[in-house]
Design a protein around this ligand. Sequence first.
Ligand code: ADP
Length: 227
Amino acid sequence: MIRLQRVTKRFDGGSEALSNVSLRVDAGALAFLTGPSGAGKSTLLRLIARLERPTRGRIMVNGKDLETLPRNEVPRFRRSIGLVFQDHRLLFDRPVHANVALPLEILGYRRGEARKRVRAALDKVGLLQKENAQPQTLSAGEQQRVGIARAIVHRPALLLADEPTGNLDPRLSREIMQLFLDFNRVGVTALIASHNLELISGLGKPILHLENGNLEARHVTQARSAG
Ligand code: ADP
């Protein structure tokens, strides 16, 4: 599903954010990405989502070589990915259901089908009863769950999350991680960046340690692997 071969990313004027990173994550697997602030976690996720381009190396996602992906295939590629951020980036001028519906609007779904999918997504994150609420009336944990519903509403095969529990207390953080484990159980591949080792160790999933842009080469398979 995800394959990086000797990937290096250097930002203009900066040092290497990622150095020679090789990684393989099989379809159906879930792995955590950890490391201190500045280690390169966000950069790695952004490269996989093709929000950034590597300086060197090769990235394959879902059978596509991102270097040679034709421009007109980029939207379809992005559709195969769900992105979750720390600051869920909800729009506060519209209710929950309209926030979750955004990706479907962009994809041109018909209203009836979109509504069905939005309700299914909100149901999965346990917020169906809040579909008409305004985001600012929700708790931080609920807002993050709306962000996750929006990330999965178009049923992506791959979920990338960047510090999805960064603003949440330990109990809510565990709930959010449990949601990702649930999605993974039904077949979604996931890569989740978190600096919170205490939270992610003990969940029985492989943990990839980034340090200063370096990552020990790993192959994450669907079955539980050591780590
Ligand atoms: P993490 O997510 O682990 O905190 P990042 O991937 O955000 O780490 O950052 C890795 C390194 O790349 C840091 O040194 C950061 O300053 C640098 N970096 C990230 N994004 C940019 C950018 N757009 N321009 C310049 N440097 C960047």
